[in-house]
Design a protein around this ligand. Structure first.
Ligand SMILES: [Zn+2]
Ligand SMILES: [Zn+2]
Length: 284
């Protein structure tokens, strides 16, 4: 069944995107975590506009999606799992975990390298944090990310079904963990053992560089805990913390054309390369 779904990849992904988007938008209205500081109309036009733009650009630049590249690799016998035979489900599970780790490392890299931080900071210049923030990435970062994903898929010989599962889960998880939603503290703690929760990822959108350079995971929360980038809560609390970075505080920067220009304007700022403070016990 997963193979049939992989062949209809675009439709499956679009359907799940809109389904989860609607669900999260409803949840945000019913149980919001924070009061939004800016009008939804302005932010959503920019954030959803960039999703549409990214979808078009990705299809133009990469006629083959990562799922199709996985199928091609299987046909040609490229990559570890196409040489070392594992049972189907084991290869799928291992591929999803390895891809998630690669995306974690990529996220750390785009925070560390100054020129790449210029690309990625557009994800952080949203002045509020809600489901639409989860899909707000600069088109050049999207292309970089697809390229890295394809390279990992070919290297490990990930089954096409695993790539589809990963893409769908990553997309849905990103919308969930950017949700402006309130979960009971006990449920948040329990969920954090297996998935990145909104409270965990919100720390990453704090204006405080030490908090911005924490919680890089998008799906699995384990990498941050294992590799020393985990931060439990924001110092000022979820309601009083400031979302965004110190540059681009003008609401006019939430407009699509200004978002697209952000990698190329202004200075790099003080976030890139090792800006996390480990001296304060609260920040460890
Ligand atoms: Zn980030
Ligand atoms: Zn984010």
């Amino acid at each position: 069944m997963l193979d049939t779904l992989a062949r209809n990849e675009a439709a499956v992904r679009l359907g799940i995107f809109f389904g989860v988007l609607m669900l999260m938008m409803g949840w945000e209205v019913m149980a919001p975590r924070r009061k939004l500081n800016h009008g939804r109309g302005l932010r959503w036009t920019g954030n959803l506009g960039i999703v549409a733009l990214n979808t078009g650009i990705a299809r133009l630049v990469f006629p083959l999606a990562p799922v199709a590249v996985a199928a091609l690799a299987a046909e040609r016998g490229w990559g570890v799992f196409n040489v070392v035979e594992l049972t189907g489900w084991l290869a799928i599970a291992a591929s999803v975990v390895i891809l998630d780790f690669a995306i974690y490392l990529q996220h750390v890299m785009v925070h560390a390298v100054p020129a790449l931080w210029r690309l990625h900071r557009m994800h952080h210049t949203d002045l509020d944090f809600d489901v639409t923030t989860g899909a707000r990435f600069h088109p050049i970062e999207i292309l970089l990310s697809i390229g890295i994903k394809m390279a990992v898929v070919v290297l490990i010989g990930a089954p096409a079904a695993a790539v589809l599962v990963f893409e769908v889960v990553l997309n849905a998880a990103s919308m969930f963990n950017h949700g402006n939603v309130a979960l009971p503290a006990a449920l948040d703690r329990a969920l954090r053992l297996v998935v990145v929760t909104p409270d965990m990822h919100r720390v990453h959108h704090s204006i405080d560089a030490s908090e911005t350079n924490s919680n890089f995971g998008f799906n699995l929360p384990w990498w941050d805990r294992l590799l020393g980038t985990y931060r439990d809560q924001p110092a000022k609390g979820h309601r009083d913390m400031t979302i965004g970075i110190d540059l681009f505080r003008d609401p006019a920067d939430l407009r699509l054309h200004r978002m697209l220009a952000q990698p190329f304007v202004s200075e790099i700022g003080d976030y890139a390369i090792n800006r996390r403070d480990f001296s304060d016990p609260d920040h460890r």
